[in-house]
Each structure stands twice: as structure tokens, then as C-alpha cells.
Design a binder for this molecule. Structure first.
Ligand SMILES: Nc1nc2c(ncn2[C@@H]2O[C@H](COP(=O)(O)OP(=O)(O)O)[C@@H](O)[C@H]2O)c(=O)[nH]1
Ligand SMILES: [Mg+2]
Length: 485
């Protein structure tokens, strides 16, 4: 089950915890379960390290990390690794950690308390707290730094806005990603470089990985009450890069048979002529909560250029729309959606590139791709790169994908794209598509699911921001209207 904590916030917490790659699994939250110390201890005791996160109505996000398991035995526990943190204050990014000044009472284990750090420096709640009619919890805890945690001269009110009214508390269990010994050694020698790249190194391309990635992706869905039923994930890239093949490959991972829904092939003008948002089904027929949007090729002479891309990103283009290289889309184009709903906008984009061609990319290619990237980022849409055809980089990769993250050819292609486009290596996903296989391959599935998971998670983050900002706009509008009435 996905929580409110964004991928970026998890990355930040991982850095603060500071002992390598981590997974975050939501194990308790007060809106789904109840705000009850008994429930908290029932689900969170003996679960190893955890992060507790509070979200208040003003958009402040703060909490605490416990490096050892919660207990209900009534005592204090020393924890050098514990810290209190803030990630947002009143909707703005504010990053702070408050480390113990005396770690001997870093955690308090009272059965009648929710998560409690210090004596108390951060007490979430005691006993049971009911949800108010407005949907908030007026917690009976407090923020009171400078007892057992340093306050770094930050007033408590600059963390919790001076109150404990809270929309949500989440507790995540935090686990080390299991690294193979050679990966650990690699990390310690290259610690500061491309940690995300190494992170992927940690995942074995096995049946188990595929199952858990499928489960993770299945659970990410748009919040109820937003009118959005699925995330729109857009694939763009040069003709023949493997966009349509990637869609088929990602679909295959959920059905365990090779899918051929999106037409694939080589042709100078490209086989895909239309914008098609494909729905993805599982073997039992149930729909997943995203659409993979296929497009014709990107480039000067093909039909998607920066102007058409602009309309596509904003949601003006209807499904099955056929682009033409001789005419740009405009407000007069038949089928043009003049006021796209949030559900029709694009929520994340993958630029698909053929890994075997990245070394020969001309400066014209690079500048067009950079232009598209800037356009996408200007619209605050998250962006990743999918590097297809890695099997073409070396025959050993074609034969065996399991060591893909250790292959220098793959590393070099990732670095090259990361440099050319100015994006971090952990946003570049090497994949091989099913293109000649008749049965699905686990390693192929796993790589495509890693890319898909990132796209879905980024889309989910962006939709949260867009829905909260459109709510704020509506509230502003309501105020303006009532003022002018
Ligand atoms: N070797 C190899 N060929 C691929 C891969 N992905 C796609 N192809 C081939 O590349 C060609 C173009 O693929 P397609 O998906 O139609 O590209 P699109 O124009 O970007 O949609 C097809 O012949 C595919 O079989 C891959 O990962 N490895
Ligand atoms: Mg295509």
C-alpha cells in the first residue's frame, strides 16, 4: 500500500539515515486504521527501524526515525541513530534533522503512547484520538525539542505551526536493500557517485522481484475523490527506439505471456501514427491504474515536434488522434480538447532511446531532446529515460541479462545519456524488450517493471501536488468570489 511520502522524501530520509539503500513499507496510518496507541503498538512493535511521519493541514511534514523496534514495555531506550526531522513547513521545502543530545532517552516505549521521541521531544499522541468532523485529528501530543534532541535554534512552532492538528500519521518500516557482497564493495568505493544506479544493482532479476514490483505498481493508484482513475504515462522518442515494444513488454509482465497490442516494426516513417493511451490488464482481466500512452516518433521530420508535444502534455489531444507531419495541432484541430481535465493531462513522461545509438547521437539530436526535456520540466511533469535494446550493446548481455547493472557497456550508456540530458543516472532505466521471444523472460519483465514503477510513483507524486494546488486555487477562488459578492 502506498503512503503519502514521496519518492524524493524517501530519498532524503535514506540519506539522513545514512547506511545505504532502504525500502520503505507503510505499516500503520491513522486514517486507515485508527489513531490508537493500542493499534500502533499492535502493528508497529518489533518491526525493526521505522519512520513516523506527521502531515498537518498547513502542509507541514515532520516526524522521527527510530533505528530500533518500538516496544510497549514502559521504558526508555537508547538510540544513537534516532532523529527528529522536518521535510516541509507550510507547504514549502524545509529540510532539517534534529539529532539526540542525549541518546539514552531517544525513544519512549509506553503502551499508552503512540510514537514518542525523547522525553518527550516529539510525542504524537496518547490513548485514542478520534477524527474531527472536518477530517483532522487534534492530537494530544506535542513538539518540544531541546529536551533530549537538539533544537538547532529552530522554534517548535516552525515545525508544527504551533499546534498538533494533524491530517495523517504514517509509520513506515525501513529495511536495508539486500546487497550482494560485491555490490557493497562497489558502493564503498564509489559512494558518492550515482547511488540510484547502484540501488538498481541490488535487485536480482528474478521471479520474486517481478512479483514484488507488480504488487508495488498495482497498489499505486490515484487518490479517491480526484476524478482521476488512472495515471497517464507518456512515451516519446525517436522512430524505432522501442516505445511500442516497451508498452508490449510492460503489459506482458502482468499477464505472463508476450503481448502484441501496440504495433511494432521498422519503417522509415514509423509504424505508430496515433496517440494511443493503452490500458493494461492483469491475467484475471482487472485493469491497472495507469495507461501507457504510445506516440509516433519524435524528431524534425516526423509528426511529433515540440509544438505537438506541448499540446500532448497538456492533455489537448484525444485518444486515437492521428498526427500529421505536414500540419501542427491547433485549437481548431478536429477533436482538440479545449479544457482538458486533470485525468487527461500527462502525469509522467519517459523518453525512450535506443541504447545502441546513444554514442552516435548528433548535437542536433541532443539539442532537440534537451528542448523537449525543458518543455516537460517547465510543465512540472516528471521525466525519466528508458534505454532500450541493451542486448545490442554486447552479445553476453543478449544471452544473459542478470548481470546487466555490472556491465561496463550499460554503465557507459547510462552515463552518456545522463550527461547529455543533464539528468541523474538513477532516472535512466536500461531495458530489453521482448522482440523475438515467444515466452516472457523474468529478467526482461523485471527491468521493464523497474522503469514502470518509477514512472507510476512519479505520476502519483505529481498528481498529489496538482490536486492539492487545484484545491487551493478553488479555495482562493471561493474567497475571491465571496469577497467580491
Ligand atoms: N534487439 C532489440 N530490438 C528491439 C528492442 N525493442 C524493440 N526492438 C525492435 O526495434 C524495432 C522498433 O521497435 P518499435 O517498438 O516499433 O519502436 P517505436 O517506433 O519506438 O515504437 C522493432 O523491430 C523491434 O522489434 C530491444 O530491446 N532489443
Ligand atoms: Mg511505435
Amino acid at each position: 500500500m502506498a503512503g503519502r511520502l514521496t519518492e524524493k522524501q524517501k530519498d532524503q530520509l535514506e540519506t539522513w539515515i545514512g547506511s545505504g539503500p532502504k525500502t520503505f513499507k507503510l505499516i500503520y496510518n491513522i486514517t486507515r486504521v485508527e489513531c490508537s496507541a493500542q493499534e500502533f503498538h499492535r502493528t508497529c512493535d518489533n518491526q525493526g527501524p521505522t519512520v513516523t511521519v506527521l502531515y498537518n493541514p498547513e502542509g507541514s511534514v515532520y516526524g522521527g526515525y527510530a533505528g530500533i523496534s518500538w516496544q510497549s514495555n514502559g521504558g526508555y531506550m537508547e538510540d544513537e541513530s534516532a532523529f527528529i526531522f522536518q521535510l516541509m513547513y507550510s507547504g514549502k521545502l524545509v529540510l532539517n534533522t534534529f539529532r539526540p543530545k542525549d541518546a539514552s532517552k531517544a525513544l519512549r516505549f509506553q503502551a499508552q503512547d503512540g510514537p514518542c521521541f525523547g522525553c518527550p521531544d516529539l510525542l504524537t499522541f496518547t490513548g485514542d484520538v478520534a477524527m474531527s468532523v472536518e477530517g483532522y485529528f487534534c492530537l494530544n501530543g506535542r513538539v518540544s525539542l531541546n529536551n533530549y534532541f537538539k533544537d538547532k535554534s529552530v522554534p517548535n512552532t516552525n515545525i508544527n505551526n504551533g499546534h498538533m492538528k494533524t491530517a495523517e500519521i504514517e509509520v513506515y518500516s525501513v529495511n536495508d536493500v539486500k546487497l550482494r557482497p560485491e555490490t557493497k564493495a562497489f558502493i564503498s568505493t564509489k559512494k558518492t557517485q550515482c547511488t540510484g544506479y547502484i540501488w538498481r544493482n541490488a535487485l536480482d532479476l528474478t521471479d520474486e522481484t517481478v512479483k514484488s514490483l507488480c504488487q508495488e505498481i498495482r497498489e499505486v493508484r490515484p487518490k479517491t475523490g480526484t476524478d482521476v482513475t488512472d495515471f497517464r504515462l507518456l512515451l516519446i522518442g525517436p522512430i524505432g527506439a522501442g516505445k511500442s515494444s516497451f508498452i508490449n513488454t510492460a503489459m506482458s509482465a502482468f499477464t505472463s505471456r508476450v503481448m502484441h497490442k501496440a504495433p511494432v516494426g521498422t519503417s522509415e516513417t514509423g509504424l505508430t501514427k496515433q496517440f494511443i493511451p493503452y490500458q493494461v490488464r492483469e491475467t484475471d482481466g482487472s485493469l491497472l491504474h495507469f495507461r501507457l500512452c504510445d506516440t509516433p516518433g519524435l524528431g524534425d521530420t516526423s509528426s511529433i515536434d515540440a509544438i505537438n508535444l506541448h499540446f500532448l502534455l497538456d492533455g489537448h489531444i484525444p485518444p486515437s488522434f492521428e498526427f500529421s507531419s505536414s500540419r501542427h495541432v491547433s485549437a481548431k484541430t478536429v477533436g482538440y480538447i479545449s479544457k482538458p481535465a486533470l485525468a487527461q493531462e500527462i502525469h509522467s513522461v519517459a523518453l525512450v532511446l535506443d541504447a545502441s545509438t546513444v554514442n552516435g547521437m548528433s548535437s542536433t539530436d541532443t539539442s532537440l531532446l534537451n528542448y523537449c526535456k525543458r518543455l516537460i520540466l517547465e510543465k512540472a511533469i516528471p521525466f525519466v529515460v528508458i534505454l532500450t535494446k541493451i542486448d545490442k550493446l554486447h552479445e553476453e548481455i543478449a544471452d544473459n541479462l542478470t548481470d546487466v547493472f555490472k556491465r561496463p557497456e550499460v554503465n557507459q550508456a547510462v552515463e552518456k545519456v545522463s550527461e547529455a540530458l543533464g539528468i541523474p543516472p538513477n532516472h535512466v532505466f536500461p531495458v530489453k524488450n521482448h522482440y523475438r521471444e515467444v515466452e516472457t523472460e523474468m529478467s526482461v519483465n523485471a527491468l521493464s517493471l523497474m522503469a514502470l514503477r518509477k514512472m507510476v510513483l512519479l505520476a502519483s507524486d505529481v498528481l498529489d501536488v496538482r490536486t492539492s494546488s487545484s484545491k487551493e486555487n478553488q479555495a482562493d477562488l471561493a474567497v475571491t468570489e465571496s469577497n467580491s459578492a
